[in-house]
Design a protein around this ligand. Sequence first.
Ligand code: RP5
Length: 167
Amino acid sequence: MQQEKPIAGIIMGSSSDLPVMQAAADVLQQFGIPWEIDIVSAHRTPLRMVQYAQSAYERGIRVIIAGAGGAAHLPGMTASLTALPVIGVPVKSSNSIDGWDSVLSILQMPNGVPVATVALNAAKNAGLLAVQILAANNPALYEKMLHYKAQQAALVEEQAQLLHRKP
Ligand code: RP5
């Protein structure tokens, strides 16, 4: 159980999105960011979506990660209802043809209502982007992100050295 008040919100259209969306929660946890998670369907529970989006800022949320598949309206509609940054995760769901429907319905937002769309099923990157948004105004978190990136680079160097090592 997290004690601190959540500053990042993860929402998804269905519990069937959870196996993908869990990666966002894992990243936030890794960086020590208090988060909350919920099922909020744009189509099945539109009023719940309105309530979630309109109350998020007042409740202390500073960034929202929203995942959905198929006719994936949740990220865009959430973005239309709040001034908080919204990161959209297109999910390749059971009702998705091949993922493009999810991607395009989250990506192709009209001017004035941006959604930062990550790659198909890329909830991990959504988590990382949320951390970066929060870190822009938080030096300690920014340091942690620099460290994460340095570790990632070191891993590539290590892999390259292994590849070039003579048998
Ligand atoms: C979308 O429909 C959800 O986000 C999910 O990706 C997809 C399928 O939902 P279920 O039928 O599995 O509940 O709204």
